[in-house]
Design a protein around this ligand. Structure first.
Ligand SMILES: [Zn+2]
Ligand SMILES: [Zn+2]
Length: 334
């Protein structure tokens, strides 16, 4: 497939899509209902629908009974840990295998022309981005995700918290389910902005940013303190009336869903002339430039705080002007 019909490539071979990134037309004045309707399918397809389908399978077939979860026991906790590890391993592994190991579409639609495996670096354990990312994801990422999940299911099994049923409160629960991806991103913006403050960046978040050219295994490659903050959005289910199915969906959005921003390709080719959009560009720009796009533009916070980069030359110029101002401010303070 000819990716240059959809974007351009610079002399290093890095790909930029032609269509500028846009902040979701949700909180806009005057309201733009038609634009909102045109944006809506992308809110569900493909990712959130996949995460809801996964959550349904987990809830009906891969979650222990309420009675079992009333007692903390290593058998069911170990099962949840293995199940979460398997989901991450399968989805991330398939993307990695197809796009980075077999390189089945070469660097067509690839933001950074280089492949991380071709560039060993001392910042990584064993000088390998993949091995380092893998150890951090499975060493602390999935265990901390599992700990949050076990805590929430244990609370539900004991009736601790404002739990509801779909039979009694269908509309409230569906409304919460529809808002969860937005809430996740709003929470992510806040903790992400926090860990970009100098002290926390140096000791915590720099681990994630070692992957300047991210691949799927980079998604959950974080310092454990970041893992703790990252999954803390799940605690909202102890505040608003909720249901364990929504907890599982939310954990899919946050856990498995971390891969979305780290695919490294703008589209995944599905046949000779068709390709699926990945939604990875906004977060790729964050990995490239560090202080832009603290969220992916579903919530308008980056726009409001002046940190939004839409991927265009104008976006680049706005970012450069902001960085120059910051440098001048820091130099004046010396
Ligand atoms: Zn990232
Ligand atoms: Zn960051």
């Amino acid at each position: 497939m000819d990716d240059l019909k959809f974007g351009t490539r610079n002399k290093r071979g890095d790909y930029t899509p032609n269509t500028p990134l846009e902040v979701a037309p949700i909180v806009v004045w005057p309201p733009k209902p038609l634009k909102f309707l045109a944006w809506l399918p992308g809110y569900f397809f493909p990712w959130n629908l996949l995460f809801m389908a996964t959550a349904l399978v987990i809830w009906f077939y891969l979650t222990p009974s309420k009675e079992t979860m009333q007692t903390l026991d290593w058998h069911w906790i170990g099962f949840i840990w293995l199940r979460n590890s398997a989901i991450v391993f399968i989805l991330y592994g398939l993307l990695e295998l197809r796009l980075y190991i077999r390189r089945s579409q070469g660097n067509r639609f690839k933001f950074n022309a280089m492949f991380p495996a071709d560039k060993p670096s001392d910042v990584f354990m064993f000088r390998s981005q993949n091995i380092d990312n893998f150890i951090r994801s499975f060493g602390t990422g999935v265990p901390i995700w599992t700990a949050y999940e076990v805590g929430m299911l244990y609370a539900w099994a004991h009736g601790w918290g404002p739990w509801a049923t779909f039979a009694d409160h269908p509309y409230a629960l569906i409304a919460l389910g529809l808002l969860l991806p937005l809430f996740h991103e709003a929470h992510f913006f806040c903790i992400h902005r926090l860990i970009h403050t100098p002290f926390l960046y140096k000791w915590v978040h720099s681990v994630h940013h070692n992957s300047i050219n991210p691949s799927p295994w980079s998604s959950l490659s974080m310092h454990p303190v970041e893992h703790l903050l990252y999954w803390s959005d799940i605690l909202i289910h102890l505040v608003f009336p909720s249901h364990p199915l929504l907890v599982l969906y939310h954990l899919q959005i946050t856990g498995t869903g971390a891969v979305v921003g780290h695919i490294g390709f703008d589209k995944i080719e599905t046949a000779d002339e068709t390709a699926m959009g990945t939604h990875a560009f906004a977060h790729y720009l964050h990995h490239k430039y560090f202080e832009v796009n603290y969220s992916d533009g579903m919530v308008p916070f980056d726009l409001w705080f002046g940190t939004w980069h839409d991927g265009t030359k104008e976006g680049e110029a706005r970012m450069d002007a902001r960085f120059a101002k910051k440098r001048a401010r820091l130099n004046a303070g010396k």
